[in-house]
Design a protein around this ligand. Structure first.
Ligand code: ATP
Ligand code: FE
Length: 364
């Protein structure tokens, strides 16, 4: 079984071919970061144009040494994400399906793909607990099966990736020669390695201190980060900011984001016992772009060791968006015959927002 995966949910145009033996036959990705950077965020029309230009060469690259008749299906992200970007992937998939009529079609939920990638790279049986931390989401949940996901908590405002990206922007790290080509979170993670997280105090916002469940909030933290940056002029190029100050503040941002996540993961571990679902917490998986953060991995690993939980993280290159995870999700769905269409249905529309699975309160 071989599946071609196509991903266009945000600013990466990615594709890959994966088979059911867990072999990655090919993969390609074109990132648009540098085109969006001057605008300080993803510009939908720019993303759309780049996907349009990139889809043909990216798919040609992954299919270079593979015969179309050896492929069984195309799996394409259809939700959630930037609708205008998702359309590009869907329309292109439709064209391919019209040309190669033997292919089936599998619509993919981008966050489900993040949650399942680990099963391609590691032997991780269901069920497992997962933290999905990325540019647009922060979800803590249980993956009980390919299409059975229970949410324990999610962000009430912004995602940790957005907090990282906006902080990096305020610190003008996109002008910093050492880290300017990295995504905001990666840039902060890089500088933080040599920083002192205790130099600045970022206190937990009253709102998130009040929450005693597994939900997240990074909005108050970001406001505070912005205030300190403004007050102390902590940005690249500022006359009062040397390299060490940037590194220290980066460490401080990283530590407060990670600390917040850590408290919620801890609560989720304890919660599994209170509802007598201790099998859920045998394994914890970190996924999504922010899961490539090594400090986060280390802190969550310490927490897991304390409770005898196995922590499993996909390799860093499969944490941020890629085609492999979409193709793999296709394999997982194809094998169970979950939403596998012989032809693409007439109406396939992208969805900007789409909750993954169901709330835990509906289950226990
Ligand atoms: P979503 O998956 O929610 O739709 P997305 O697809 O845009 O959002 P991903 O590609 O999964 O997001 O992740 C991108 C995010 O990961 C960015 O916000 C980026 O700053 C962050 N990120 C990447 N590397 C690191 C790192 N080393 N440390 C922290 N954050 C990181
Ligand atoms: Fe993503």
């Amino acid at each position: 079984l071989r599946i071609l995966g196509i991903e266009t949910s945000c600013d990466d145009t990615a594709a890959a071919v994966v088979d059911s033996q867990r072999t990655i036959l090919s993969q390609a990705c074109r990132n648009q970061l540098k085109y969006h950077q001057p605008w300080g965020g993803i510009v939908p029309s720019i993303a759309k144009n780049h996907h349009y230009e990139n889809l043909v060469p990216v798919v040609a690259e992954v299919m270079k040494d593979i015969e179309w008749n050896t492929i069984d299906a195309i799996a394409t992200s259809v939700k959630p994400g930037l609708v205008i970007s998702l359309w590009q992937g869907i329309n292109f998939t439709r064209q391919l399906l019209q040309k190669y009529t033997h292919l089936s079609f599998i619509p993919i939920h981008h966050m489900e793909a993040h949650a399942l990638t680990v099963r391609l790279t590691h032997d991780v049986p269901f069920p497992y607990m997962v933290l999905l931390a990325s540019g647009g989401h922060c979800i803590l949940g249980i993956v009980e099966d390919v299409d059975k996901f229970y949410r324990l908590g999610e962000t009430k405002d912004i995602a940790p990736g957005e907090a990282f990206d906006k902080s990096a922007r305020e610190m003008k790290l996109h002008e910093h020669p050492l880290v300017q080509d990295m995504a905001g979170g990666a840039a902060i993670g890089y500088l933080a390695r040599e920083g002192d997280e205790k130099r600045y105090q970022l206190i937990t916002s009253r709102y998130s201190a009040k929450m005693k469940d597994c939900s997240f909030s990074f909005g108050g933290m970001l406001s505070q980060i912005r205030r300190v940056i403004g007050k102390e002029s902590i940005y690249y190029g500022s006359s009062s900011t040397d390299e060490q100050k940037l590194k220290d503040f980066a460490a401080c941002i990283q530590a407060s984001i990670v600390r917040h996540i850590e408290t919620r993961v801890h609560r989720a571990i304890l919660f599994c016992d209170t509802i007598q679902k201790s099998q859920w917490k045998q394994r914890l998986v970190l996924a999504g772009g922010v899961a490539s953060n090594l400090y986060l991995r280390q802190r969550i690993n310490d927490l897991c060791s304390h409770y005898g939980i196995e922590l499993v993280c996909p390799p860093v290159e499969f944490c941020t968006d890629n085609g492999v995870m979409i193709a793999w999700n296709g394999i997982e769905r194809y094998r169970r015959n979950l939403n596998v269409f012989e032809r693409m249905p007439e109406i396939v529309v992208p969805e900007g927002r789409s909750p993954l699975g169901s709330d835990i309160s509906e289950q226990v």
